[in-house]
Ligand binder design. Sequence first.
Ligand code: NIG
Ligand code: FE
Length: 386
Amino acid sequence: MSLLIDSIGELFTADDEGTIHYDAAIVIEDGRIAWVGHRLNRPAADEYFDADNKAMIPGFVDSHAHLVFAGDRSGEFAARMAGEPYTGGGIRTTVTATRAARDDRLRETCARLTAEMLRQGTTTVEIKSGYGLTVEDEARSLRIAGEFTTETTYLGAHTVPEGADGALMDADEYTALAAGPMLEACAPHAKWADVFCERGAFDGDQARAVLTASAAAGLGLRVHANQLTAGPGVRLAVELGAASADHCTHLTDSDVDDLANGGTVATLLPGAEFSTRSPYPDARRLLDAGARVALATDCNPGSSYTSSMAFCIALAVREMRMTPAEALEAATAAGADALRRTDIGRIEVGARADLVLLDAPSHVHLAYRPGTPLIDTVFRAGTAVS
Ligand code: NIG
Ligand code: FE
């Protein structure tokens, strides 16, 4: 069965040349893009969809989200807006609520958030564990995440948790657990491993221990790096060949060089700076140095409770000196690169037909009309799903 999407006013492909077609058409066959070009050259197809001269873009790839959690931290957000700093300490509040929640409760939250994302044009999402922090609670978080995505990430090293006695565990002992028995239980359910490498969470040596053990267990690597301070996270991520270093808010010149010269994507999460009232990362500095820059939501109940990639694009354009086209590429093709995926995030022949028709004439409207719902139709693997 083939489908012709005709009369696309502007087609933002996010392909390697950054091609934008006008008056375009697409043919989809068996869920994949089979043809892209000017509508006057369009081939015939079994079914027809009229895009009504609106703009079409690739489905968003949200390469960083924490969706397996319970509880609410809106009070913490309100306190921050009144001047309290964000330290990451609130992670433990969510850990307590998550451990106490039944599976169905966690599943419901994941279902609600992934549906919310899909309605807003996100056709691929990565989901991390990290709010269980016991062997059993991390493994069940990943089992639940796996019901919603293939891009599952083991984040046992999110913070040093309280043990059964209610006291904070010793950081080195917990690191050994996260790099040992917890990893062993989680690896079958995870594609990736991540570590929060930060003062107050895991230092460079501890992060290295978890990441190297995870790589040995067959997992790809990602790192929460340089979010609150200019620590060793980015350096380590690049050295270990991680797919992505995420946050990248506080970078030294040598971190920027490493990202520009290595194979690690710099994933920026401006929802976190918005929600923690922190200075935004300098996307322009990274782009000008030649680094690959992605955008993701970091959707989580503490530092960034947004599921909207369009909101992140608007922030990146207004606050981080990205052009609308750069921000949209970062939210699609570069997000796919951050997951080492070549089959999504781009509109080109052979790619999965994950497409978003905007209720707008141009992709620029994503930033130009912030906060406005602009999603007309979402196609996942060629099927209109929303
Ligand atoms: O990416 N920084 C570490 N982890 C999350 C925040 C988690 C939380 O505050 O609950 C982040 O910002
Ligand atoms: Fe995060």
